[in-house]
Design a protein around this ligand. Sequence first.
Ligand code: SAH
Length: 352
Amino acid sequence: MKQCISSLRLDALADLVSRMGQPAFRAKQIFHWLHQKQVTEFSQMTDQPKAFLARLEEDWTIAAPTVRRRQQSKDGTVKYLLELADGNCIETVAMQYSYGLSVCVSTQVGCRMGCRFCASTQAGRVRNLEAGEIASEIYTVQKDLNQRVSHIVLMGIGEPLDNYEAVLDFLRIISSPEGVNIGMRNISLSTCGLVPMIDRLAQEKLQITLSISLHAPNNPMRSKMMPVNDAYPVEELLAACRRYQKTTGRRISFEYSMVRGVNDSPETARELARLIRGMGAHVNLIPINPVDGSPYTATDAQNVRRFQTLLTELGVNATVRRRLGSDISAACGQLRREEAARQAAGTSPQKP
Ligand code: SAH
């Protein structure tokens, strides 16, 4: 498979252009075509010499996924099943907020983290996405909705810190003033808690929001839900979070998906408060989205509120995440899974 040229940061593109004996200004021009104009064919770069474009095309492609399925919710949320050049599918979700259009991107085809409640990981990881493929999720949404994307969350399929280099390149490309220029402060990266990678990310000193999928305040409970906890237990994860805050000066937020009878008792709320009190961190509570084949069911709204109230009383800032697209959204990863099942059964996909 050819590599995607939109995966190259401006400096890497400049190296390529100079290796090919072209004047340096071409790098910026090509970057503009790719990330501002968001062209999907080399022939659309009309200010470039034809021979140069032909040579580029021999070695490079431009990621341009096709919309395989598209579901639109009453609240405006749109969920896309996107097909990549090699036939693999990923999911991307566009959400309308008062402050703008936020897009939830996938970073891998599948995932190998094995969280018990998550649909994206059930068939494992197929491959990493390239930086340009992740960027193309944003561009596809912008084109489809004819609206500027203002915010990004790396919370789709995949574990961003398990695809570190590509994700970092993506962040640099997408926030570049030479491209779509989405500010780092408008980007959140969510991780299940790969401690060495959190430390590495801290050193980059980015202005992004780091979100930790905590989901439980102690090791027995968290290990049952998330196998990654056996490698990086709660106390190591929290220590890494504190280091991250210290190094970057940025507050962390914690994701807490609530599972009935598993992690939603008042005692658990107290334990959570003891664990993270004083960090100034924010907790996002969200009732679990039930996944086929998983024994977990969601905490009811009343108990979610009770949990939130308790945390707040104990000095921990917690909000209940508004559920957008609940009429369409199967939990993240379900659309891709349905598609795989449909292909296995030999039935044709629904047209978008
Ligand atoms: N791998 C990263 C990002 C992708 S998952 C991570 O683990 O953070 C994005 C968020 O959705 C995570 O907090 C994840 O734990 C949560 N999640 C996954 N499946 C879910 C489900 N069925 N219901 C509720 N939250 C879920």
